[in-house]
Ligand binder design. Structure first.
Ligand SMILES: [Zn+2]
Length: 403
C-alpha cells in the first residue's frame, strides 16, 4: 500500500489537472448551444439598416464561463469578436453567482448550488469559493481586465460620461463594443446591504433581485414561497435607486414585481423575459405587468431561448416583441437574448442581423427597429446612469418623464 500511495496520488493529481483542462469547456459546450432554427433570409436592406444601428442587448452570462472574452470561441454565444461582427454596440454582462441543481422553472429551494463546483474546477480564486459577493466581484474584474487588455475593442460603461465618450469614439471606430455590468440575483449581497456599495464601486449598474430561488432580498418566480420584498429588499431597492443602479425584475415572483412597481420612483427593467400572450410560463410577463413596467419609463428585454418564446427562432422573438410593443409601446421593448445563460438559441451574437430582418418582416418600420434593437437601451442609460463620478448623485426621477 505504501508503495502504491505515490502512484495513486499522481493519478489523482493528473485526473484533477485533466478535469481542470477539459471539464469547464465540456460543461460550457453542453449548456450554451446554437441550434439554427427558423432562420430568415437576410435582405440587402436589412443588412444596411443593421450596420447603421446602435445594437444593445440586456442580458448575457458570458462572464461565468471559462472563456477569454477577447478570443473568438467555437462554442457558446458571445465574445468580443462575435459581438463586433454582429455590430453590437453595448452588451449587458450579468454575473451569475449561485444556481440550484436542475434550474426548475416551477420550484427550487436554495440548498443546492451548481456554481460552486464550476468555480472550483475553473480555478477561480479561493475567495470566490465561499462568498457569492466575491464571485460577482471576480466577474467584474474579468470584464475590466479584458477591457484593459484591449482598450481599442472593449469599453466598460459605468457613467453617462463614459457613454458619451464611447459614442464619439465608436462613430470614428465602429469595430468596438461596450459592456455594462449587471447581477443576476442579490443573494450576491451575502445578506449584507453594505455589499451593494462594493458592487457599485466594481461597476455594477443593473441588478436583478432574484434568480432561480427565493433569497434574502425577494421572492423568485421559481422559488418555494415566492413571496415579495423582504425588509432588507425594500432597503436595497431604495439604495439602488439612490445610487443610480437599475432594478431588474427578471425572475422575480409576481408579488415581488407588484411590490417593486408600487415603490419604484425610477425606471425598472425586466432584462430577459417572454410574454404570456405568445408563450405562457411562470416567468413571462402578463399584459398588465408590461403596461406597468412601461409606466415607470422602463424596458422589457425579450429573450431568444425556449422558456421566453416557446419555439426558438428569430420570428418567435419578433412576435413576442410585436405583442410587447403593442401593449407597452415600442419605446419600452428591447433585446434580452440570455446569451450564454445555459440556453439554446437560434443564432449567436455574430448573426444578430437575423433579428433586424425578423422585425422588418413583422412589420416594424426602420425607426421602430432602430428603437427595439438598441435605441431604447441607449436612451434609458443616458437618462439613468450616474453622471460622471461614483460620488455624484443620479439624475432625479423627474428628468425621465415616462410617456
Ligand atoms: Zn436569467
Amino acid at each position: 500500500m505504501k508503495r502504491l500511495l505515490p502512484g495513486l496520488l499522481a493519478v489523482l493529481l493528473l485526473a484533477l489537472l485533466a478535469g481542470r483542462a477539459v471539464l469547464p469547456g465540456y460543461v460550457d459546450r453542453q449548456m450554451n448551444v446554437v441550434a439554427p432554427t427558423g432562420l430568415v433570409a437576410v435582405s440587402e436592406e436589412a443588412r444596411r439598416l443593421h450596420d447603421a444601428l446602435f445594437v444593445a442587448d440586456l442580458h448575457d452570462d458570458l462572464l461565468l464561463w471559462d472563456r477569454d472574452p477577447l478570443e473568438r470561441a467555437a462554442h457558446g454565444h458571445t465574445d468580443v469578436p462575435r459581438l463586433i461582427e454582429g455590430n453590437v454596440a453595448l452588451q449587458v454582462f450579468s454575473a451569475v453567482t449561485k444556481t440550484p441543481r436542475g434550474l426548475n422553472y416551477e420550484r427550487n429551494d436554495a440548498d443546492s448550488d451548481m456554481v460552486t463546483p464550476l468555480v472550483i474546477v475553473q480555478g477561480w480564486p479561493l475567495r470566490t469559493w465561499t462568498s457569492l459577493a466575491e464571485r460577482a466581484l471576480y466577474q467584474a474584474e474579468r470584464l475590466h481586465a479584458a477591457a484593459a487588455r484591449a482598450p481599442d475593442r472593449l469599453v466598460v460603461i459605468e457613467t453617462r460620461d463614459d457613454l458619451s465618450r464611447y459614442l464619439a469614439r465608436r462613430a470614428r471606430t465602429p469595430a468596438m463594443t461596450a459592456g455594462l455590468l449587471a447581477i443576476e440575483g442579490l443573494h450576491a449581497l451575502d445578506g449584507d446591504i453594505a455589499t451593494l456599495q462594493r458592487l457599485y464601486d466594481a461597476g455594477y449598474r443593473m441588478m436583478g433581485l432574484t434568480h432561480f430561488f427565493d433569497n434574502e432580498v425577494a421572492g423568485s418566480a421559481h422559488g418555494v414561497a415566492r413571496g415579495g420584498l423582504t425588509a432588507l429588499g425594500r432597503d436595497v431597492v431604495r439604495r439602488m435607486e439612490a445610487l443610480g443602479i437599475l432594478v431588474d425584475l427578471a425572475h422575480a415572483s409576481p408579488q415581488t414585481v407588484d411590490e417593486v412597481l408600487a415603490m419604484a420612483t425610477r425606471p425598472v427593467v425586466v432584462s430577459h423575459t417572454g410574454v404570456q400572450a405568445t408563450c405562457p410560463g411562470p416567468r413571462n410577463l402578463t399584459d398588465d405587468q408590461l403596461r406597468r413596467i412601461a409606466a415607470t419609463g422602463g424596458l422589457v428585454g425579450i429573450g431568444f431561448w425556449d422558456g421566453a418564446v416557446c419555439e426558438i427562432g428569430p420570428r418567435s422573438t419578433a412576435r413576442a416583441l410585436r405583442h410587447a410593443a403593442d401593449v407597452a409601446g415600442v419605446r419600452h421593448v428591447a433585446l434580452g437574448s440570455d446569451y450564454d445563460g445555459a440556453t439554446t438559441v437560434p443564432f449567436d451574437a455574430a448573426d444578430l442581423v437575423q433579428m433586424t430582418q425578423a422585425l422588418l418582416d413583422e412589420g416594424f418600420t426602420p425607426d421602430e427597429v432602430r428603437a427595439i434593437m438598441g435605441g431604447n437601451v441607449l436612451r434609458l442609460l443616458q437618462a439613468t446612469l450616474p453622471a460622471s463620478s461614483v460620488r455624484e448623485s443620479p439624475p432625479s426621477p423627474m428628468s425621465y418623464p415616462p410617456e
